[in-house]
Design a protein around this ligand. Structure first.
Ligand SMILES: Cc1cc2nc3c(=O)[nH]c(=O)nc-3n(C[C@H](O)[C@H](O)[C@H](O)COP(=O)(O)O)c2cc1C
Length: 303
């Protein structure tokens, strides 16, 4: 029997596979398909304090090897989440992680504080890629100082472990990762989507109602892998890698690049059984390679 567990220090996952935010609903939608307790963890759709309608449609555009979305963080808000969803998720034997959003620093803190008062969450994932209205639509993840301030503020109000989710839409992602670490984040996850544009040629209009969207899926995998590699070499806290993971081989590449755990996003849309299939693939691979613990491969890239 191979030990698949991933010890993040603040949290021990039974295996390194986590369903990514926004691609797995609030988790319960996938319950009829398989036992969610198989997962290492699941991150729910991003939560602002109040319910949100999101961006105008169309909100999805397919590209040859990726998906551009401009959902705009539609969501039910923290109150409905804590009353209607969290009690059911808390019964599962997997790490439940809430994805925290905010239009400004104070909203991040309010959301985190509210969530922390309820039982059932293993950690918070801070989605600092939300556009900040006060900063003219810039997101905190695009600026190390804003990242530091936001993480610090959330740490003041929430005792839950914090995973700061980084945006790839920056020149130097390691500077932002280091700022999150310095402010007390227990881990970083990367990457969120890449800003992208899809055009309908005949109408010469953008395909998405919001004009721009975020690209995810296989197209971004090599870029995300590079960023995970760079960040893992710089920070001491665990790195959770994501971006285009569709197979167990993809997951292994992220781990070899330095990720202690991985998140699976767009793959869930293509194959709703992607996560359990990746977990099984990791187990078989580790067994066939004579490993006692899968975590032995983390950061093992030979350079
Ligand atoms: C439709 C859709 C909705 C998403 N919503 C969120 C969200 O609410 N919060 C968040 O942090 N990331 C969100 N993401 C980003 C994913 O969690 C993930 O970071 C990104 O898609 C890259 O991983 P992937 O290529 O495996 O999908 C969303 C992605 C998609 C495709």
């Amino acid at each position: 029997m191979v030990d698949l567990s991933s010890d993040l220090g603040f949290l021990r996952l039974k295996n390194p596979v986590i369903a990514a935010s926004g691609t797995f609903g609030y988790g319960l939608e996938f319950q009829p398909l398989y036992d969610l307790s198989q997962l290492g963890g699941l991150v729910v759709k991003g939560l602002y304090f109040k319910p949100r309608e999101g961006n105008p449609p169309p909100r999805l555009a397919e590209t040859p090897c990726g998906l551009i979305n401009s959902i705009g963080l539609q969501g039910i808000g923290v109150e409905a989440f804590c009353q209607e969803v969290l009690p059911k998720l808390a019964l599962l034997e997997t790490a439940i992680i809430a994805n925290v959003c905010g239009e400004e620093e104070e909203e991040y803190a309010r959301v985190a504080e509210y969530l922390s008062r309820h039982q059932g969450l293993a950690a918070l994932e801070l989605n600092i890629s939300c556009p900040n209205v006060r900063a003219g639509g810039k997101c905190p993840a695009q600026d190390p100082e804003a990242t530091y301030r936001t993480v610090k503020r959330v740490k003041q109000v929430s005792p839950l472990p914090l995973i700061t989710k980084l945006s790839p839409n920056v020149t130097d992602i390691t500077a932002v990762a280091l700022a999150a670490e310095e402010a007390g984040s227990e881990a970083v996850s990367l990457v969120n989507t890449f800003l992208a544009l899809a055009i309908d040629l005949e109408s010469r209009k953008p395909k998405l109602g919001n004009v721009l969207g975020g690209l995810s899926g296989p197209a971004i995998k090599p870029l995300a892998l590079r960023m995970v590699f760079e960040v893992a070499r710089q920070v001491k806290i665990p790195v959770i890698g994501l971006g285009g993971i569709f197979s167990y081989q993809d997951a292994l590449e992220f781990m070899v690049a330095g990720a202690s755990a991985v998140e699976v996003g767009t793959a869930n849309f293509v194959n709703p059984l992607a996560c359990p299939e990746i977990i099984k693939g990791l187990e078989d691979w580790a067994e066939s390679h004579g490993l006692n613990r899968l975590s032995e491969i983390v950061g093992s890239l030979k350079v």
